[in-house]
Design a protein around this ligand. Structure first.
Ligand SMILES: *Cc1c(COP(=O)(O)O)cnc(C)c1O
Length: 390
């Protein structure tokens, strides 16, 4: 049998089938049902927050957060260039204008450049910061691959300039600070809003969730996600709503996945250490570390190819590893270079293009075995040695 080690596959070792069958047997398959409420409660308990609204995707979670943050057409929203495009598209759904701020070596937003942008490129009007005359309303901060952005510094800037912070914690469910002002705080619970995805370290097949530091805003988000229906008996609506609610079938899977989340994180952390040991001292690349002072969920592993020695294209590397039965992927293309975004403002992008050309994501499923990790590391090293010049 040919070996195949996937990049990232879901893990259904728990009660998923049992709960889905229960939901089916009870006939609760749509956007009402006990599993939805249960998932919201489980997530709120896990994150130590008061209120979580389950919704249809991480993307809709970000969109609802932007709406609740009051982002209006023409407003400026600061966003990262090196991430999944779903973090930025909802800015466009609101007809707002993204401005791309560079990342730092954590691959998350560079908090120094963020502050610098606000101080040198914008004007304070007494209530809002303005960029080219337009109100700067919000920042979308992505906690990339389960790492954590420098939230202390980002929150300082946001508070100084009256900016709403939407934490895109889709990749970082379970990551929390162990040190500093936010010690004990989970990714997504520090800013004004936190968005999660049912398509990452836990899966619901498709789904998401939102929390906010104001529990009433979460209630309002839940209301917006169910077509803004104001009355249980009549079709009366006083706002534009959305069909963004999670279904009970998805939530049934989600409840089972939440039971396993701590176990998934333990495995991800252990596997990261295995990879780290295998790549120790390797000349042609290194495993990207996670930030100090946090307990990361270590959702996705990034291998940083040493471009001083390796000139081969990402495609060449990916195809060669595929032939060895190893599925890998290049990090995202820069969002500011994607067709719908080529005319948007960018601010001093250096690290984002640098890492865009270097990061290879390597297999990270919770089911991966020790032997498979050693095999992957050896094949990556063998390949890069063979491609190296000098
Ligand atoms: C996955 C992801 C999203 C979107 O989540 P979906 O549940 O797939 O809609 C948004 N932002 C980032 C950074 C992501 O990785």
């Amino acid at each position: 049998m040919k070996k195949f080690i996937p990049l990232s596959i879901p893990n259904f070792e728990g009660n998923e089938k049992k709960y889905v069958n229960e939901a089916l047997d009870q006939g609760w398959v749509s956007t009402g049902g006990a599993y939805i409420t249960k998932l919201e409660q489980e997530m709120a308990n896990f994150l130590h927050v008061h209120n979580v609204a389950a919704c249809q995707s991480g993307t809709s979670a970000i969109h609802l957060s932007l709406i609740e943050a009051g982002v209006k057409p023409g407003n400026i929203v600061l966003v990262p260039p090196l991430t999944f495009i779903a973090a930025v598209n909802p800015v466009k759904y609101q007809y707002a204008t993204p401005v791309f701020i560079d990342c730092d070596d954590s691959l998350c937003m560079d908090s120094v450049k963020l502050c610098e942008f606000c101080e040198t490129q914008c004007k304070w009007d007494g209530e809002f910061l303005r960029f080219k005359g337009e109100i700067l309303k919000a920042i979308v901060v992505v906690h990339v691959f389960g790492n954590m952005a420098n939230m202390e510094s980002i929150m300082d800037t946001a508070n100084r300039y009256n900016l709403k912070v939407i934490e895109d914690a889709t990749e970082a469910l379970g990551t929390y600070y162990t040190e500093g002002r936010f010690a004990g705080k989970y990714a997504g619970t520090i800013g004004d809003f936190g968005a999660y995805s049912g398509n990452k370290i836990i899966t619901t097949g498709g789904g998401g969730a939102v929390t906010a530091n104001d529990p009433e805003m979460v209630d309002h988000i839940r209301f917006l996600s169910t077509q803004a229906k104001t009355n249980p008996h009549y079709y009366i609506h006083d706002e534009i709503g959305y069909n963004y609610r999670m279904t009970n079938l998805q939530a049934a899977i989600g409840v089972a996945q939440m039971e396993k989340l701590s176990e998934f994180i333990r495995r991800k952390q252990k596997n990261f250490e295995l990879y780290k040991a295998e790549f120790e001292g390797f000349k042609y690349g290194a495993l990207m570390p996670f930030r100090e002072g946090i307990n990361s969920n270590k959702w996705f592993y990034s291998f940083n190819i040493n471009r001083n020695h390796i000139k081969a294209s990402m495609k060449e590397i990916i195809v060669a590893l595929e032939e060895k039965g190893i599925q890998t992927r290049a990090i995202w293309g820069l969002i500011n270079e994607q067709k719908p975004y080529v005319n948007e403002f960018i601010y001093n992008l250096e690290k984002a293009p640098y890492y865009a050309d270097r990061i290879l994501n390597i297999p990270s499923s919770t089911q991966i075995t020790r032997e498979e990790i050693i095999y992957v590391a050896n094949e990556v090293k063998k390949l890069l040695r063979s491609l190296a010049n000098g």
